[in-house]
Design a protein around this ligand. Structure first.
Ligand SMILES: NC(=O)c1ccc[n+]([C@@H]2O[C@H](COP(=O)([O-])OP(=O)(O)OC[C@H]3O[C@@H](n4cnc5c(N)ncnc54)[C@H](O)[C@@H]3O)[C@@H](O)[C@H]2O)c1
Length: 377
């Protein structure tokens, strides 16, 4: 099968997420990396792209140049990944969708709910795929958890509890480091700091596994380092459409926690537990029964978990291959085989509505507010 052509914007040398996209896109041979505008410094971006094997005429200095350069090529890119800082996602994603390209956008998809709705409408009107990189949902054991919930193996879900709390911004003496400071500055980060950065992964995961949507929420935000305008810690209570009760804690000052993303699902007949630091294992406890460890790669897994497992049982796969699973599903979708579970623009929009709802709630002392985008009410 011929490879699809792939390009990336952002993800330059030394960036955090760039390597995961390069590994993920190319892991299964679906995509050839043929174009890029990788850095906010044009020369650095061109130079790095060429060192990664991109031809000089497709190593672009900025995204507008890439849009013009690719637009009319017979071998133009099939998919563009947007891995730039948050405030640029909307403009770049919309421009590429309008020009007829499929897009994988990093989270958060936009800065406002209006922008999110515009991306959803643009994707629908142009018929292009706009996916959002909620890559944790593509771990095989998360697909297993979702399939178990769907199959009724834990009964109706009463409660979902999730944390995405790390301690990497907990050093007050490092708070003025520019790589840290912008995340808590509204001019750069928007209305929310930690919740928009990490909390939305956890909220998406809760919706994904429970196969349900967040309907309303109540939030408590704190800036535990006083110089920070935006929150570095948040507790969010929520309710899902089907009645599930949700609890979410996200923090960047939880010193001692490393990646710190975990989720527990409590159903009427069983419970599930998963942690990103042990992603190959899903812990399952049937009511009244023994706790069991379900391992990636073992027999008897649900089809989705089996499909997205690569290497034998007990061999780690990890984050880049979870990203690769997103690219596999994208490749299938581009070739015409829709994949259930690929996070789309609707998920990006729901996250943005939840972020703005959480900010409104926190400002109103934790009042319960509608968390759905106006478009889906
Ligand atoms: N899905 C995930 O798990 C995950 C993890 C980390 C980061 N992210 C997201 O990825 C995005 C990038 O985060 P990061 O941590 O890699 O940031 P980073 O600051 O480490 O890197 C950003 C890169 O984008 C480049 N860039 C900036 N503006 C650009 C522009 N206008 N055109 C082209 N390139 C430009 C920079 O030069 C740099 O190479 C953010 O939106 C972040 O939220 C997602």
């Amino acid at each position: 099968m011929a490879k699809l052509n792939w390009g990336m914007i952002g993800g330059g040398e030394g960036s955090q997420i760039g390597p995961a996209h390069r590994l993920g896109a190319q892991a299964d041979g679906h995509f050839a990396f043929v174009a890029g505008a990788l850095d906010h410094r044009p020369d650095a971006g061109r130079d790095y792209a060429q060192r990664l094997g991109i031809a000089a005429d497709r190593a672009y200095g900025d995204w507008r140049e890439m849009l013009e350069g690719e637009r009319n090529r017979p071998d133009r890119v099939d998919l563009v990944t947007v891995a730039t800082p948050n405030s640029t996602h909307f403009e770049i994603t919309r421009a590429f969708l309008e020009a007829g390209f499929h897009v994988l956008c990093e989270k958060p998809m936009t800065m406002t709910v209006d922008e999110g709705e515009e991306i959803v409408r643009t994707a629908r009107r142009t018929g292009r795929i706009c996916a959002v990189n909620y890559c944790y949902s593509a771990y095989p054991m998360i697909r297993q958890a979702r399939a178990m919930v769907r199959a009724g193996e834990v009964g109706r879900v009463r409660l979902v509890v999730t944390n995405f709390s790390h301690g990497h911004h907990g050093d007050a003496t490092d708070a003025d480091n520019p790589r840290v400071r912008w995340r808590y500055d509204p001019a750069m980060a928007g209305v929310s700091g930690q919740f928009a950065d990490c909390g939305i992964h956890a909220l998406h995961m809760a919706s994904f596994i429970c196969d349900d949507e967040v309907e309303r929420l109540s939030a408590d935000f704190a800036s535990t380092i006083p110089s920070r305008e935006l929150e570095d810690d948040a507790m969010v209570n929520f309710r899902m459409t089907g009645g599930t009760v949700g609890r979410l804690w996200t923090s960047s000052v939880a010193i001692g926690r490393q990646h710190g993303f975990d989720i527990q699902v409590f159903g009427e007949t069983g419970g599930l537990r998963w942690a990103s630091e042990q992603p190959n294992q899903l812990i399952y406890t049937p009511v009244g029964g023994r706790t069991q460890i379900i391992e990636k790669g073992e027999g008897g897994l649900h089809d989705e978990a089996r499909r997205l497992s690569r290497v034998a049982i007990a061999h780690p796969e990890g984050f880049p291959l979870a990203v690769a699973n997103i690219y596999c599903d994208l490749a299938d979708a581009i070739r015409g085989e829709a994949r259930d579970g690929l996070p789309g623009a609707e998920s990006g929009l729901r996250s943005m509505a939840a972020v703005h709802a959480a900010v409104a709630s926190a400002r109103a002392g934790g009042a319960w507010v509608d968390a759905r985008p106006p478009m889906f009410r």
